[in-house]
Design a protein around this ligand. Structure first.
Ligand code: AN7
Length: 380
């Protein structure tokens, strides 16, 4: 069997579509190239003729889609001579920033809301060696502080206000189009700061447009002459749907939310940084925003794990719960091909997983054959 070329990350894979040059030193951990898994049991349960795929971004090197943006942001920060990066985070951005900074040999400062980030993410920031600053406040307050301090200290912001982040994240759309042979009819994502939904839209627009055109109002790089456009399937773009947690759903309310709260701590964000861009995404794609209760989010997370064998973190499950509801109601019509982004790995938040499985099939028994046999025969 012939050998396959070694995969060395998304910048190398898509360098013609990204703001890098041949001389750029690339900081990569082999991110991207994640599985697109076709669901079997959930569509059957719904009794509707739809094709649902999940893009399992939880299999990136630090366990979330943030690695796609961080390889670009840190590569560019290093290229521009920066020795330190900083971000505010609900957990996944800080994990990715910490890892890519370690890889690059620079310092990462991460601001996280005290007590409101999942345990796996906290472990990552600490283990990768980031300077971890817990604030007595929420993500939105952390974000404002980061923007202010970056004006007074030599640190590069790697939140998604850094335009290179979205450039890296758009590659997920490229991978989906290549694998399906076209764009899906609907693409669904959980929305926090709305960077990822914007990045996906930029990716779909670029891959479906001719080089040198204006592809989308949402792109900070687009000056009406897109250098990165030109893909395999001209004219194929999905409807974009953003799902939020009801306790932190500024796009559903139509305004910022003061004290956002949800079990899905990754999207516990009240003042999204890509506010205007995301509204343009909705407009241009003919999509919508909607909200789910925490109970619905957790139910979808469990269903995906127990019916499909796929473990995502609570925030990611918002897209599954939302799609199930919209397919059931007919808002997403039969015959549709749908992609849901599973933004983060379930292992990020073991506490929430264990807590909601209190009714699980765990039993504790003595270590002898009779007891094991009883435990098994009691179930079969
Ligand atoms: C699992 O880590 O904002 O709408 O600071 O971790 O692009 O913000 C995380 C966001 C969805 C929302 N799913 O994406 C952070 C952070 C997961 C996430 C989102 C996040 P955006």
């Amino acid at each position: 069997m012939p050998f396959r070329e070694r995969y060395t990350g998304l910048i190398n894979r898509y360098r013609d579509h990204l703001p890098v040059s041949d001389d750029t030193r690339i900081i990569s951990l082999g991110e991207g190239n994640t599985p697109l898994i076709r669901l079997k049991n959930i569509p059957q349960m719904l009794g509707k003729d739809v094709d649902i795929y999940v893009k399992y971004e939880g299999l990136n090197p630090t366990g979330s889609f943030k690695d796609r943006g961080m390889t670009m942001a840190v590569t560019k920060a290093v290229e521009e001579g920066s020795n330190a990066i900083i971000c505010a985070s609900t957990g996944n951005t800080s994990a990715a920033a910490a890892a890519y900074a370690a890889r690059a040999g620079i310092t990462a400062f991460v601001l996280i809301p005290e007590g409101k980030i999942a345990m796996g993410k906290l472990a990552q920031a600490m283990m990768y060696g980031a300077v971890t600053i817990q604030i007595r406040g929420n993500f939105d307050e952390g974000m404002e502080l980061v923007k202010q301090v970056a004006e007074q200290a030599p640190v590069t912001i790697v939140n998604s206000v850094n335009p290179y982040r979205l450039q890296g994240q758009k590659t997920a759309a490229f991978e989906i189009v290549e694998e399906l042979g076209r764009a899906p009819d609907y693409h669904c994502l959980p929305v926090g700061n709305a960077g990822n939904i914007t990045a996906h839209w930029i990716g779909y627009c670029e891959y479906s447009a001719q080089k040198g055109t204006r592809v989308t109002e949402s792109c900070a790089f687009c000056d009406g002459n897109c250098r990165y456009a030109g893909g395999p399937v001209i004219g194929s773009r999905p409807v974009m749907i953003g799902y939020q947690a009801a306790g932190s759903a500024p796009f559903v309310r139509g305004e910022a939310v003061k004290n956002p709260d949800t079990v899905a701590t990754a999207i516990r964000i009240g003042n999204p940084q890509s506010w205007d861009r995301a509204w343009k995404v909705k407009e241009e794609s003919g999509g919508w925003f909607d909200e789910l209760s925490d109970a619905d989010i957790l139910a979808a997370q469990k269903l995906l794990a127990q019916r499909e064998g796929i473990f995502c973190e609570p925030a990611s499950a918002a897209s599954i719960g939302g799609v199930m509801r919209d397919v059931q109601s007919g808002r997403i019509p039969e015959g549709s091909t749908i992609v849901c982004t599973l933004t983060g790995n379930g292992l990020k938040d073991p506490d929430t997983a264990i807590k909601q499985c209190g009714d699980s099939r765990m039993v504790t028994i003595d270590a002898n054959l009779a007891s094991v046999k009883d435990a098994i025969l009691g179930i079969l």
